[in-house]
Ligand binder design. Structure first.
Ligand SMILES: [Zn+2]
Ligand SMILES: [Zn+2]
Length: 269
């Protein structure tokens, strides 16, 4: 068993509480705990150590970039959630049904995003009563924990959802992968000529020294070469800021046991 120090214990609790954090904020939190500057390299060492401890609980901490906000994130993954239909303890039966309904609507929609009001309306289609208020509050909870991202009037898939439900998403939308890195992509850019999909951050990097589509060779220096799935003009203003939503900035003592920190639910499907 790996030796767990205070920093690991607190960071585990911090990530369990938040579900997702910007890398910047995790660094700030660790620096506060350690009373010295923790840089990216040191955070990496801390995360590797934690992963060795939590891996046999089917948990994992991973770094990634949100394709809607372009922010670098640290995400707490519960790998037991995958596949979606498997019994898992983090949702009530009705919440799981609601979650799955929203997820299906989003991945089956052309724009891979859903108006918030439509998400709330889905509550009335579930097999048992689930109020709009319940829908709103649970959706808010899922946005805070990184499953979904709110951008203006719309809900997109969040990085935590994409990483936890990778095999489900790859099975149902195999074409939703970035042509450059082969990872899932739902909110990036699409070549107007060949319809290949790209993460915005992958294409930005690629275009630093290339000008043609890597697939169809269409020259992208011409205007309107991309169909963009995020409203660019409003992105800066309206994306719900994770920093603002997770106001839980103070250092909180770890609870009795993070291993016991889950609800017991019977299998749903
Ligand atoms: Zn990519
Ligand atoms: Zn192309």
């Amino acid at each position: 068993m790996e030796n767990i120090e205070k920093i690991h214990q607190y960071l585990i609790q911090f990530m369990l509480r938040n579900g997702v954090s910007t890398v910047q904020r995790a660094i700030k939190y660790c620096s506060k705990l350690e009373n010295e500057t923790v840089d990216m390299a040191k955070l990496g060492v801390i995360i590797n150590h934690i992963n060795r401890v939590i891996c046999n609980q089917h948990f994992k901490l991973v770094f990634g970039t949100c394709e809607v906000t372009n922010k670098d994130l640290l995400v707490w993954l519960n790998l037991k959630n995958d596949p979606l239909s498997k019994s898992q303890p983090y949702f009530t039966e009705r919440e799981l049904e609601y979650f799955q309904a929203i997820l299906e609507e989003i991945i089956n929609s052309e724009q891979r995003k859903l108006m918030i009001v439509v998400c709330i309306n889905i509550t009335s289609t579930l097999t048992a009563s689930f109020s709009r208020e319940n829908g709103k509050s649970v959706l808010e909870k899922w946005i805070k924990s990184g499953y979904f991202v709110k951008n203006g009037e719309f809900i997109h898939l969040g990085l935590k959802l994409i990483l936890e439900f990778t095999s489900y998403l790859r099975t149902h939308r195999p074409e939703c992968v970035c042509y450059l890195c082969s990872e899932l992509s739902f909110t990036g850019k699409i070549c107007d000529n060949c319809d290949k999909m790209f993460h915005s951050y992958c294409i930005d990097k690629y275009m630093q020294n290339q000008t043609a589509c890597p697939n169809c060779k269409q020259d992208w220096r011409e205007t309107d070469v991309f169909k963009t799935l995020v409203e660019q003009s409003s992105t800066q203003m309206q994306i719900t800021n994770i920093e603002e939503m997770n106001i839980d900035e103070g250092i909180i003592e770890p609870g009795p046991s993070w291993r016991g920190n889950r609800r017991n639910r019977s299998p749903c499907y």
